[in-house]
Ligand binder design. Structure first.
Ligand code: ZN
Length: 264
């Protein structure tokens, strides 16, 4: 239980790189400083480090770990993406206020507004994945979402944000399907009755702040489409393999899955 502080203290003096939802690459000094007043506890389940500010049963932690390992397995089966090699640490806060306070205090790139609307944050620090979450009814979905970011960002340099966010949404569903009711709702409610944003426009987006609700939902729609056909899935699989090998694959917008669509 006490090793949390030791591990955190050891990492404090190094220059660290933050990847927030894989998007905002922000170089920063400092680390996740210890906040002893929060009384954080460390429990390790299935080689995943859970740090909590409230009591969670072993069964609940096993359930959460099960979802994370399930996402890893599914991504490996469907996309050939290797599971996490590094130990992931998951911070779980009882309230959104505690989550927001902690994240803002320890990750300077997360602003007040950002922390207010998020329920999860992924951080890559010294190539080690960290996930921060607020407990709530969507905890499982948020955990699965951030797990995708952890899996992808530890082994895929130069991963475009629209693919990262698109896949994270595709693997959120606890049932293992690729649907996202939330994203579908956003696209359906578009007042201008536009089609979902196309890959060609999403590929130009570089930061999380450029992704409005419609673009974010569009990431899901396009990745769900790729995953939904054998040809699309094979294309995505090859694309991710190229990234892992440090190659620069052709943009996914050029794949046959998308080229056949009528531009609008
Ligand atoms: Zn995300």
């Amino acid at each position: 239980m006490t090793s949390v502080w030791e591990a955190i203290r050891r990492s404090r003096s190094l220059l660290l790189v933050i990847v927030l939802c894989s998007v905002a690459n922000v170089a920063t000094r400092g680390a996740i400083a210890a906040d002893r007043s929060a009384r954080l506890q460390l429990q390790v389940v299935d080689a995943i480090e859970f740090v909590t500010d409230h009591e969670l049963s072993r069964e609940r932690l096993e359930e959460l770990a099960g979802h994370m390992r399930s996402v890893e397995r599914q991504m490996q089966d469907e996309l050939g993406v290797p599971p996490l090699e590094k130990t992931v640490r998951v911070y779980l806060f009882a309230t959104h206020a505690a989550f927001s306070d902690y994240v803002r205090q320890h990750i300077p790139s997360v602003g007040r507004t950002d922390a207010a609307v998020r329920h999860g944050v992924f951080l890559l620090r010294q190539e080690r994945p960290f996930v921060f979450l607020a407990a709530g009814e969507n905890l499982i979905q948020s955990l699965r979402h951030e797990t995708v970011h952890a899996v992808l960002n530890t082994s895929h340099p130069a991963l475009p944000i629209w693919i990262d966010e698109g896949l994270a949404q595709c693997y959120e569903d606890p049932d293992g399907g690729h649907r996202s009711a939330r994203a579908e709702r956003v696209l359906k409610k578009d007042l201008l009755r536009r089609a979902a944003p196309r890959p060609q426009s999403l590929e130009k987006l570089k930061t999380m702040s450029q992704l409005g609700p419609r673009e974010y939902a569009g990431c899901w729609a396009n990745l769900e489409k790729l995953l939904g056909s054998p040809a699309g899935r094979a294309t995505l699989r090859a694309y991710l393999a190229d990234l892992r090998e440090g190659k620069a694959p052709a943009p996914l917008s050029q794949s046959s899955t998308f080229l056949g669509e009528r531009s609008r």
